[in-house]
Design a binder for this molecule. Structure first.
Ligand code: SAM
Length: 333
């Protein structure tokens, strides 16, 4: 069968195979091909640009014929219904209402070689720090791991700080807009997935990364070291207060606190240099996806004697029935 694959010199093959496995891109149902000095590693799907950035060394994205890997287990072979689950580093997360969680966890551990722990959520993301509780269903009893995204690595303890891989594409959209030499204020930085990825784009970009959760800022500092970036300032504190120290200097202000970002709009406007962009996230109803949020942004700008131009409005992902996580981008003049 013809499939997308990574063509890689044999000497570099094992390194890339391991990363593909870790980010769930290696298709274990097909047999790896070896031809002369190169290997062809079959992929489960088309990789995103950001995922290719995770691969070390020389390689090429191409297509090739593959034979089926006989006897290779799939989740569908073990489970009648395969529930949605997410993999962060070497931890798989399933929802607390998944039927027969032990059976599902055992199947995931058997099929996904990179997964060392399966956790079930014990409730929703909640509280000021947007954290959640888990129980271990299978494997090592732990909630911390190292996750790869866009060629960056993040140390995370999932019970002590917020992180979701579902925003990976969204983060890449923001990354594309930041230019060399600009200043970015990440008002709710968490463990740093926006801040660090942007900082890695160029050492001439300055990132001011604020979070109120002391644990998240600890992990952020650790991740700054892990990724060897020198241009991120990690600040523990309330974004409404800390923003006051950086008045009028930011070219981009990232407001990723969807339920409460509206309470920080005055501080965000204060951060903005003329012509800067606010990336504002919100959770909105399907009959009012953008209008009420846009009104709040305009009102905050007007209180500061500033005006705004809409650059983009988009749905990032569905959040709940009839509710969406949206992003609104405005230029602040
Ligand atoms: N941007 C990060 C990400 O994408 O993983 C984290 C986003 S998370 C939805 C929101 C973050 O805002 C949490 O880490 C939380 O601790 C932080 N937070 C909540 N209230 C805050 C405040 N008043 N000032 C600064 N950070 C705050």
């Amino acid at each position: 069968m013809r499939k997308s694959c990574i063509k890689v010199p044999k000497k570099n093959g094992e390194q890339i195979r391991r990363v593909l496995l870790e980010i769930d891109l290696l298709d274990n149902s097909s047999r790896i091909r070896s031809e002369g000095e190169v290997l062809y590693l079959p992929l489960t799907r088309e990789p995103q640009q950001c995922e290719l950035m995770d691969l070390p060394g020389e390689f090429e994205l191409t297509e090739h014929e593959f034979a089926e890997q006989k006897g290779q287990l799939k989740l569908e072979d073990l489970l009648e219904n395969v529930p949605h689950f997410e993999v962060i580093g070497d931890i798989a997360l399933i929802e607390n209402d998944v039927p027969e969680p032990e059976k599902v966890a055992e199947a995931i551990m058997r099929v996904k070689n990179n997964v060392k722990t399966v956790l079930a959520t014990l409730g929703p993301v909640e509280g000021e720090f947007r954290t959640r509780r888990f129980r271990t269903i299978a494997g090592e009893d732990k909630t911390s791991t190292i996750h790869r995204e866009y060629g960056c690595r993040y140390y995370i303890d999932l019970e002590r700080a917020y992180f979701t891989p579902r925003l990976a594409t969204e983060r890449s959209r923001i990354l594309a807009q930041v230019k060399d030499g600009q200043i970015v204020a990440d008002m709710f930085a968490g463990v740093g997935p926006y801040s660090i990825m942007i900082a890695r784009k160029s050492p001439n970009i300055r990132v001011i990364a604020i979070d109120k959760n002391p644990d998240a800022v600890d992990f952020l500092r650790r991740n700054i070291e892990l990724n060897s970036v020198l241009n991120v300032e990690a600040i523990e504190g309330d974004a409404n207060v800390e923003a006051g120290r950086f008045s009028g200097i930011a070219d981009h202000v990232i407001m990723n606190l969807p339920h409460n970002a509206r309470e920080f709009l005055d501080a965000a406007i204060r951060l903005c240099a003329p012509g800067s962009v606010i990336h504002y996230y919100d959770i909105t109803q399907e009959d009012d996806l953008f209008q009420s949020s846009l009104k709040l942004i305009r009102e905050a700008a007007s209180r500061a004697g500033r005006t705004t131009d809409i650059i983009d409005t988009r749905v990032v992902r569905s959040y709940a029935p009839h509710q969406s996580n949206v992003c609104i981008e405005v230029k602040v003049i």
